[in-house]
Each structure stands twice: as C-alpha cells, then as structure tokens.
Design a protein around this ligand. Structure first.
Ligand SMILES: [Zn+2]
Length: 105
C-alpha cells in the first residue's frame, strides 16, 4: 500500500467542501481508506436526545474524516501550501521534503 504523504499533527488546508480554505491539524489518519480527520473541521452536528427526564438534549459536533486527496500540507518551514516529496538522508532513512523550499520534515 502506498504511504500517505500526510501524517498526524500535520497542518493542512482543506481543498473541498464547506470548510474549503480553512487550516487545521490532523488528529487521525486512516491509511486504509486514505482519509484524514482534521481537528475542528468538517464537523457533523449530531443531536443527542435526553436520556433521562429533566436532562436536556444536546448538540454534539464531531469532526468527520475526509479524503487525504482533499487536503494540502502547509509546510512547517516555509509556511506555503505544498505537495510533499520524499528524499533519503545519508543513513538511508526516508524523509519527507517540501516541493517548494526543499526543507525536510
Ligand atoms: Zn516549504
């Protein structure tokens, strides 16, 4: 399976949907479905019914996963929206690299 270019704790901008253009931090990556969950974005409001008499129902907002292809990484080094490439360091370890400023992260 191909690795995703985004990881947990990356800052990403959402490219589609109602939160298009907003930036948030990835809190969960599902490699299998290639979806990511972004903190506080792509929220779905659920209504919770009162469970007991006298208790109020409440609205609960949950961030929903969205396809990793619909987000773009914000480079921690240059701050631009960028695509992510891979480079190998001298130990042969694979690192991610910003396509714009070439910084590794
Ligand atoms: Zn960069």
């Amino acid at each position: 399976m191909q690795n995703l270019r985004v990881r947990k704790n990356d800052n990403v901008q959402i490219l589609a949907g109602k939160d298009r253009g907003r930036i948030g931090k990835i809190v969960f990556v599902d490699r299998k479905s290639r979806r990511v969950t972004v903190e506080g974005l792509n929220l779905l409001t659920r209504f919770q019914r009162p469970k007991k008499a006298g208790q109020k129902g409440q609205r609960v907002q949950l961030p929903m996963p969205l396809p990793a292809a619909k987000v773009m990484v914000v480079c921690p080094s240059c701050g631009k929206l960028t695509r992510v490439g891979f480079v190998f360091n001298t130990d042969g370890k694979k690192l991610r690299a910003c396509k714009k400023c070439k910084a590794n992260f």
